[in-house]
Design a protein around this ligand. Structure first.
Ligand code: FES
Length: 132
């Protein structure tokens, strides 16, 4: 269960989020609608997005928590192969070329990766444990 500190919610330990490794899935509520989300680490920083392809409302990871393509350079839609830049969420190849994933606010603090709640954006729960 996630710890609550002010408006920050612990998603996982910093050490659990490996560079270009598995992501941590979680759920958020945006404008009263529960949506899937994930955080992963790329270029040393945690990056979080809604777990929905930009061209169709479909989760990106067929195997839960596996978001990177084989090169480790892109987030991939496992269903259709669209590629997204992990740092900006921009689609660089595939059916949603030019569109972007929806970014979410996360910070790394006190050896934890935390979701930061804002107006209209709530943390609901973790969606699964990290795949190892
Ligand atoms: S759902 Fe959009 S490329 Fe797969």
């Amino acid at each position: 269960m996630a710890d609550v500190t002010e408006k920050k919610f612990v998603l996982c330990k910093s050490t659990d989020l490996k560079e270009k490794g598995s992501g941590q899935r979680f759920l958020v509520k945006i404008n009263n609608e529960v949506r899937p989300a994930f955080v992963l680490r790329f270029m040393g920083k945690p990056r979080a997005y809604l777990n929905e392809c930009a061209h169709q409302t479909m989760e990106l990871d067929l195997q839960k928590g596996l978001f990177f393509d084989r090169s480790g350079q892109y987030i991939i839609c496992a269903t259709h192969g669209a590629l997204y830049s992990p740092d900006k969420g921009l689609c660089v190849s595939g059916r949603c070329d030019g569109r972007s994933l929806t970014p979410l606010p996360v910070v790394e603090a006190e050896k934890n990766i935390c979701f930061v709640a804002e107006d209209g954006l709530e943390f609901i729960s973790l969606a699964n444990d990290l795949d190892t």
